[in-house]
Design a protein around this ligand. Structure first.
Ligand SMILES: Cc1cc2nc3c(=O)[nH]c(=O)nc-3n(C[C@H](O)[C@H](O)[C@H](O)COP(=O)(O)OP(=O)(O)OC[C@H]3O[C@@H](n4cnc5c(N)ncnc54)[C@H](O)[C@@H]3O)c2cc1C
Length: 476
């Protein structure tokens, strides 16, 4: 609903998944009013440029991999590649051709107003949107997310490289693409680019893929990507880039002629280059300096998601840098929305519900590479760094359930146990389809379930979850 009003109970700047959740929770079941200010597409990065299109591109190759490892099906599939046009068409069905009208309809149905434009704070509880001044009775929520970072390597920016938005909204598949980075976005993009038929060369500054994960996860993902034809250059330094005739042909289209990348003195020639080298908080043009806060940084918040010193100001989702994942941002949005509602109703904030405690080391994440990596909590190294008296149990995933899943199923699971409390603080699973295993681990970690009690959580036979039993048995 395009609003004529200039006063709202809650103003949310940034209409990604997190801002939407915060607005919804802040007004649900009340007569409070909320507005979302959005300068691009309601639904944000996740809906159009990140989670949804990337997972839509990845799922077909996962299905094909399973089919290729399943007698009775593999004979039908043979070595047929994916139908790239059908894959891209399915992706398009999730991004609605970059039309956000269904999200606007959702906001309207939830009683949330939408104002199009760039939001900027101009003072306490005051936001300016392209010359129009809005004021908030209770709260202003910053949910502006991040943008892709492009390093200052000589020639790279002039070459008009692809960023994640091009890779997820791919319309033309390059014959050979160089991927700069070795993190989640780089490894997932390499996976779908390979499945669409591109030759992929990964240029990774560090000594492993997925540097924030358990080392075995990065190794198994590297092995799987190499098995699909990727070349992976580790400890590699990109020195310069040059391109013949760079031209802005649009998102997901090849941006000009041949690219030459100099890596450790050697030249790589490619048709496109994708930069997946981190994110920058979208906080440089938000008017933060009008409140004495620093522009262009991740916005510091407490566990109520309030900006210290400004009890009416909240920052949720990627822009606060606490846990840059949609599900964690939405969790923060729910906490912030509940806090705003409670404060408006004069209720105390003494329930656990009003604190984003999971941000502190209980963060689940799935990486959708050819072998998935599903994890929660700290890695072994991080837990040791935190001073936890760590015990590790690890097992290859070879249970009846996994062997039924597909031929040649291989994977690995590891628990990080705190000896002092005999509870699990972290878990990592690597293998086909392990994404669905991580929620059980999250419940155990958050609930601080003792290993004695876990013994009585019996996994069903024959499922991949039997790995839980193997892990517990290995420390009897
Ligand atoms: C390729 C890729 C794949 C990903 N896959 C996953 C995944 O599978 N699972 C997962 O959990 N996470 C994934 N992520 C991370 C996920 O996209 C983010 O965590 C999530 O989008 C954060 O949501 P947000 O609402 O905080 O920010 P965003 O989604 O970035 O939304 C911010 C919104 O604010 C708007 N905005 C910014 N500044 C202003 C302003 N001043 N005025 C008005 N509007 C403004 C923007 O236009 C945008 O719509 C992925 C990220 C990438 C890059």
């Amino acid at each position: 609903m395009a609003s004529e009003s200039s006063e709202f109970d809650v103003i949310v700047i940034g209409g990604g998944p997190v801002g939407e959740n915060a607005a919804q929770y802040a007004i649900a079941g009340s007569d409070r009013t909320a507005v979302i200010v959005e300068h691009e597409l309601l639904g944000g990065e996740c809906s159009y440029w990140a989670c949804m299109p990337s997972k839509a591109l990845l799922r077909p190759s996962e299905v094909l991999d399973t089919a290729r490892n399943m007698p009775g099906v593999k004979e039908l599939v043979g070595d047929q590649p994916l139908d790239a046009d059908a894959v891209l068409a399915r992706r398009e069905s999730f991004t609605h051709g970059l039309d956000d009208s269904s999200q606007v309809a959702w906001a309207e149905s939830a009683g949330i107003s939408v104002i199009r434009g760039h939001g900027r704070i101009t003072g306490e509880r005051t936001v300016e949107v392209d010359g129009r001044t809005l004021s908030a009775r209770h709260a202003v929520v910053l949910a502006t997310g991040t943008t892709a970072s492009v390093p200052n390597t000589p020639g790279l920016r002039d070459a008009l490289p692809w960023i994640s938005r091009d890779a997820t909204n791919i319309h033309e598949t390059p014959g050979h693409i160089a991927v700069i980075g070795g993190g989640v976005v780089a490894t997932e993009a390499a996976t779908w680019l390979l499945s669409l038929g591109a030759k992929v060369t990964m240029i990774v500054r560090g000594s492993s893929l997925l540097a924030g994960s358990e080392p075995f996860a990065g190794e198994l993902v590297a092995e799987a990507l190499k098995g699909r034809g990727a070349e992976i250059m580790l400890d590699a330094s990109l020195e310069s880039v040059s391109r013949e005739n760079p031209v802005d042909t649009g998102i997901g289209r090849i941006h000009g002629g041949t690219i030459r990348l100099v890596v450790d003195g050697s030249e790589i020639v490619a048709d496109e280059v994708l930069v997946a080298a981190g994110r920058t908080p979208a906080s440089s043009d938000l008017g933060l300096s009008s409140l004495g806060l620093e522009d262009g940084r991740y916005i510091d918040v407490d566990d109520h998601l309030t900006v210290p010193g400004h009890d009416w100001l909240y920052a949720v989702g990627d822009v606060n840098g606490r846990a840059p994942l949609t599900h964690m941002g939405k969790y923060q949005g729910r906490v912030a929305g509940d806090v705003i509602a409670a404060k408006a109703d004069g209720k105390p904030l003494n329930s656990k519900r009003f604190r984003a405690s999971a941000d502190h080391g209980q963060i689940p994440q799935v990486v959708f590479t050819p072998v998935e990596v599903a994890s929660v909590g700290p890695t072994e190294a991080k837990a040791r760094e935190e001073g936890i008296d760590v015990e590790i149990v690890a097992q290859d995933i070879a249970v009846a359930g996994s062997s039924l899943q597909q031929d040649d199923y291989s994977g690995r699971a590891q628990l990080v146990i705190d000896r002092a409390t005999d509870t699990i603080v972290g878990a990592t699973f690597v293998g086909p389809g392990v994404a669905e295993l991580v929620h059980a681990a999250t419940v155990a970690v958050v609930g601080k379930v003792s290993l004695d009690d876990l013994w009585h959580a019996v996994p069903s036979y024959p499922t991949v979850s039997e790995i839980w039993l193997r892990l517990l048995e290995s420390r009897r």
